[in-house]
Design a protein. Structure first.
Length: 162
């Protein structure tokens, strides 16, 4: 388990302590939380100290939210839904789902097709690696749209044959 050390201020005595939070459980920047204050010798309400670290953290969060908004607005232009998990976005289209880390220039693109690969065994769809390419977020979403259109064309051609 990794820990993030944050400077915190006791709201009763104003003493500053460094507290290591479990990275998955770090309180929100503007929140109040309870910690043991060695000066008060009791549990007290604490807030983060408004340090450079906290301001950098606020900036990082704001930039992350802006980046997510940007990805979301691009996806919505094509009528795709998206959800964010850690560093990655999952984009869901009528033909399947796609996942990549939208922070990196080199896009490691994963694909889960809704198309059943084996109609005899009825195997479920699964994630596979599509490619690693240096491209912008916009280019990836355009690629997904083109891939969808090609899948639709293949499916409608199959239907015509039957
Ligand atoms: Zn205190």
């Amino acid at each position: 388990m990794s820990v993030r050390n944050m400077p915190c201020i006791c709201q009763k005595c104003q003493m500053e302590i460094q507290h290591g939070f479990d990275v998955d459980n770090v309180p929100h920047l503007d929140s109040e939380f309870t910690l043991f204050c060695p000066n008060c010798s009791s549990e007290q309400v604490f807030r983060y100290k408004d340090s450079k670290k906290i301001m950098a953290e606020r900036k990082r969060i704001r930039e992350e939210m802006e980046l997510r908004e940007y990805v979301k607005s691009l996806a919505e232009q094509y009528g795709f839904r998206c959800s964010f998990i850690y560093q990655s976005v999952t984009i869901t289209t009528p033909c399947g789902s796609w996942r990549f880390d939208y922070h990196k220039r080199l896009k490691h693109l994963m694909h889960e097709s809704t198309y059943k690969y084996n109609l005899k065994t009825g195997n479920e769809s699964f994630w596979h690696h599509q490619f690693d390419r240096k491209m912008s977020i916009e280019e990836v979403i355009k690629y997904i749209d083109n891939h969808d259109k090609a899948t639709m064309r293949r499916k409608s051609m199959k239907k015509e044959k039957v």
